[in-house]
Design a protein around this ligand. Structure first.
Ligand code: GLA
Length: 689
């Protein structure tokens, strides 16, 4: 009897002890999963006394913030001397956040090496193009190709993974921060030469593909190959960029492998990229990641929905799924020529613009400025005194709206009938040889993207090797470098019934940035039944006339010819340099159910709008929602439970949008047939036709 009683007492004591442990570990995070649409912020607990953390986290919680990004740049705190790691403080910060229902993303701190590291191993400091070695006191001073740096970076990433790889409130990982600065030291040059050897196999092959008989550029030994970033042999320039892309990929993989090895499969691994930045081929670097994320800054001025929207769609295209805004500006930045603030309401409009393009998280950089350090003037949600700035209330409104709309948006993503092909090779190739100094390859992409998005209300931006059969219309502005594999993908797409539109400068170069031995569009000329006879850089615009109305071509004009009886001329040049006068500027050819079009002019705004309308019409592309007033942006997100339309008014006046059918107003409530949007107004609507 006694034995039974004492064993029962023991059992209940054990139960109580277990319950106590479970209770003490119970946090709000453990009770609620992360919301589907989430507001976040960059938080640097190492910059503040621990006694302050709880107040910060409470204010975040009140703003509806569910995610903090912590750890990036804190290497000197995590490893104050070589091999001595201190992650207890970060553990306490992550635990404190979880108590407030705030999840964490851990950043590896490798964009900011500690002073002891670079002092002891100076070879880990990068060397710029002029031969200067970086020094301590800023960030990104490391050499991305240096083996010692990689060894130390891997160790700190491993320590972090061992500590946080199974923490339930850690959602994932951000490796490093905004890969950008590269090194030109002699060891990196040797790595480049070895990389070329692996790629080209023999010097004969390299010499042939780079046509080095030109200017006595023949390479006799691998170690004669220099690093060049401009004015060099086009084959060399493109190879260097490809080497840089592969080197960033292996730099990232070095950390990624140890994180994967020690973390829960549920934790994602990402890095934060920079939208239009083209320092490396993002399609290469993103291959190994689970999630794409970017840092969305306006800088000076105001939200440009076309330029910014393209960057969202580009980032979404890296993984072909929803992405994160890892950083965005709470009002203003500190690095633009004029650091104006976004208007009242504009930060909210920008957040919804991001969600509309497929972001699931919008995270502000940063929560509160460090009292000292280089970024004291940057926008924040708290002032130096630790209390909210005026924008905090707007963030809070966004937080509340995300909470309301989250359940409706859960599981939804963007789907488009139109794709724009984007290639870093082509952007670089045009940029190195603009031929007209004002010819900006990014502007060429935008000139198509803007009107096509306005008409279809949704565009994917994808790399040229992507399977294309899901699209009704595929547009390739400036697809300058055209490999055989891409040409094959495009021919198949047209033969299967798609409509391919090629823009200026397409199909001119081969995989090594050499000229195609055929005229543009090179391997696609036969399919087109026409070609570019000659290109002309323009000082003055050239008049245009035809299916896209009367207009002008600026910067550049390509004289097209028709070779097949069924290739039609869409547009012709007016009087110009004599060569172009009356000659075709745009041609098209039906191929079975498919079609291929070539536009050799840089169409002005009105002509491009007409061209986009024509492209949509012949390809049967319809607007996702219907016609809306100019300046009102429509963003559809599709899910199993129906479609959600986000509307944002970025025009300068209040707008009323009539809806094609009665829809639920998710933020305001009620069923609506029309919706009134003040300036920067937002609506989230759900419902089916
Ligand atoms: C970048 C960095 C951040 C911060 C912001 C400021 O995006 O990743 O650490 O410096 O700029 O705008």
């Amino acid at each position: 009897m006694d034995r039974i009683a004492s064993s029962q007492r023991l059992k209940s004591a054990i139960w109580l002890a277990v319950a106590a442990i479970v209770l003490s570990a119970t946090t709000l995070c453990a009770q609620t999963p992360p919301p589907p649409i989430m507001l976040g912020t960059a938080w640097y607990p190492e910059q503040w006394p621990e006694s302050r953390w709880d107040a910060d986290l409470a204010l975040m919680q009140q703003a509806g913030i569910y995610m903090v990004r912590v750890g990036e740049f804190a290497w000197s705190r995590m490893e104050p001397s070589e091999g001595h790691y201190d992650l207890d403080w970060l553990d306490r910060a992550v635990t404190a956040a979880a108590k407030h229902g705030i999840y964490s993303v851990i950043g590896t701190p490798t964009a900011a090496p500690p002073a002891w590291l670079t002092q002891k191993y100076p070879e880990t400091l990068r060397v710029d193009e002029e031969g200067h070695r970086a020094e301590h006191g800023n960030r990104q001073q490391f050499n991305f190709a240096n083996p010692k740096y990689r060894e130390l970076a891997r160790k700190i990433a491993e320590q972090l993974a061992l500590r946080f790889g199974h923490s339930p409130s850690v959602l994932g990982w951000q490796i490093d921060n905004e890969y950008s600065d590269i090194s030109f030291d002699s060891d990196t040059k040797t790595q480049f030469q070895q990389w070329l050897k692996a790629r080209y196999g023999t010097l004969d092959n390299l010499n042939a593909r780079w046509t080095t008989s030109y200017w006595s550029e023949t390479i006799f030994d691998w170690d004669q190959i220099p690093i060049q970033t401009r004015d060099g042999n086009p084959g060399l320039l493109l190879s260097w960029k490809r080497f840089v892309s592969d080197t960033w990929r292996s730099y990232q993989k070095n950390q990624l492998e140890v994180i994967r090895a020690h973390s829960d499969a549920k934790q994602f691994i990402t890095t934060n990229t920079m939208g239009w930045f083209d320092g490396f081929d993002h399609y290469v670097v993103e291959k190994d990641l689970d999630l794409a994320a970017w840092d969305d800054y306006v800088g000076q001025g105001h939200l440009d929905p076309v330029k910014n929207g393209f960057a969202h769609d580009l980032t979404r295209g890296f993984k072909g799924k929803n992405f994160w805004i890892m950083e965005t500006q709470p009002g203003s930045v500190n690095w633009a020529p004029i650091n104006n603030s976004l208007d009242r309401g504009e930060v909210r409009a920008m957040a919804w613009h991001a969600i509309g393009h497929g972001a699931d998280v919008v995270s502000y950089w940063q929560w509160r400025s460090a009292l000292n350090g280089q970024e004291q003037y940057h926008g924040t949600l708290l002032g130096a005194d630790g209390t909210p700035v005026p924008l905090y209330a707007e963030a809070q409104q966004i937080g509340q709206e995300f909470a309301k709309a989250g359940p409706v948006l859960a599981g939804t993503s963007v789907k488009s009938e139109v794709a724009i092909l984007h290639s870093y090779d082509s952007r670089w190739a045009i940029d190195w040889q603009r031929h007209n100094k004002n010819y900006d390859p990014a502007a060429e992409l935008i000139s198509y993207y803007g009107p096509l998005r306005a008409i279809s209300q949704s565009v994917d931006v994808v790399e040229p090797l992507t399977p294309l059969s899901q699209y009704k219309l595929v547009v390739a502005p400036g697809l300058n470098v055209l490999s055989d594999a891409v040409a094959k993908n495009l021919v198949e797409y047209v033969r299967q019934g798609g409509h391919l539109v090629l823009g200026q400068r397409s199909g001119m170069k081969d995989e090594d940035n050499g000229l195609q031995p055929q005229r543009q569009p090179g391997p696609l000329a036969d399919l087109l039944g026409g070609r570019v006879e000659q290109y002309y850089a323009l000082v003055d615009p050239v008049a245009l006339e035809g299916k896209f109305g009367v207009g002008q071509s600026k910067l550049w004009a390509e004289l097209l010819s028709v070779k097949a009886p069924d290739t039609e001329v869409l547009e012709r040049y007016g009087k110009s340099n004599g060569w172009l006068d009356g000659k075709p500027a745009a041609i098209t050819r039906k191929i079975g159910k498919g079609r291929i079009t070539y536009i050799g002019a840089w169409l002005d705004g009105a002509a491009m709008t007409a061209a986009a309308k024509w492209m949509a019409e012949v390809s049967n592309v319809k607007p996702a929602l219907g016609t809306v007033p100019d300046g009102v942006e429509v963003y559809p997100r599709y899910g199993n439970r129906g479609t959600v339309y986000i509307l944002v008014n970025l025009s300068k006046t209040e707008q009323t949008v009539s809806l094609p059918f009665a829809m639920n107003d998710v933020l305001e409530g009620g069923s609506k047939l029309s919706i009134r949007l003040p300036i920067y107004g937002v609506a989230v609507l759900s419902g089916e036709r």
